[in-house]
Design a protein around this ligand. Sequence first.
Ligand SMILES: [Zn+2]
Length: 118
Amino acid sequence: MPSTKPNMRPKIVESVTHKIKTPCGTLYVTVGIIDKRIYEVFVRMGKAGLCYCCLMNTIARLISMSLQNEIPIDLIIKQLVNESCNKPIYGTHLKKGAIRSCADGIARILKMEKERCH
Ligand SMILES: [Zn+2]
């Protein structure tokens, strides 16, 4: 199995970016994939205060670190999913259910990408 430790990161990693509306604002969630596994995540907020941007960067780094250290993605998703910040948003491109928060939105995208690439 190829190593996915951070210092082994290839120079080029293919990724997809989802734009998703959450109760906390629009998020751009970029998921980098190596060998059909999610390797890293970047999250950017459409428009937000500095602290939100800092929090999103931090969440993304923690997710990436977990993924690169053999933490199963289902456990990561479980920590984020259904977390609720504000009024849920319905009718996003994620097939079922509402988006309950920024964290829930990230979780739903991780789940979708996991199912797509595994
Ligand atoms: Zn939020």
